[in-house]
Design a protein around this ligand. Sequence first.
Ligand SMILES: *Cc1c(COP(=O)(O)O)cnc(C)c1O
Length: 242
Amino acid sequence: MDVADNIRQVREIIAEAAGRSHRPPSAVRLMAVTKTVHDDRIVEAVRAGVDIIGENYVQEAKRKLETIGKSGEWHLIGRLQTNKAKNAVRLFDMIHSVDRLELAVELDRHARAAGLIMKILIEVNVAGEATKSGVPIADAVRLVRAVAPLPNLSVRGLMTMPPWFDDPEEARPFFRALRELRDRIETDGIPGVEMRELSMGMTGDYAIAVEEGATIVRIGRGIFGERPPRAPGPSVRPPKTP
Ligand SMILES: *Cc1c(COP(=O)(O)O)cnc(C)c1O
């Protein structure tokens, strides 16, 4: 299976879906999700022109960056413990998984120490699933308002991971809810908050996410093939009925 071919195919599907939402293909950035993926395949993806590399784990990303070097943007998409905030700030260009004030405060502190402004997304648990990270939708605005004054963080938008469905069409209401939440926060005009990004859509449902306004799609298996069965991640979750 050829990584470059897969990327071409994913780009075509993104372009078609962007057209259906009356946006240019360039409005959607493609992230290659590289958890458990070997270094040489990541390099292939970078060469084939993905916009972003997405990693779930700080330590794994650190090792990969030391081996293959930094090219393009690297974003953190996995759950982040506060004791890894320091390394996360140094390694990544954006952190998609900020879901609590305590974490934001730590990221702000380490960003200040490193002399940089860290771009973040607020992760929202739209479906309110107990097993998932993300701020509940009812608390999202409050969290954005609390994070906004932190001087070394720049809030760029929202991220979500909807429940798993056999039929991706069933994920549409969750993507739409995230877009509506973003639009609502944007009209509040909170200083320090730029509600631009919607990070949503994975291998099984990205066409729907793009139709609903995604600006970053996070694709793992659709680029690199199936992960090993014991690897953590959405592909090993059992199907769930809504
Ligand atoms: C693993 C992962 C993805 C990619 O999932 P695929 O189904 O392989 O496309 C996207 N987002 C997050 C947060 C992930 O953990």
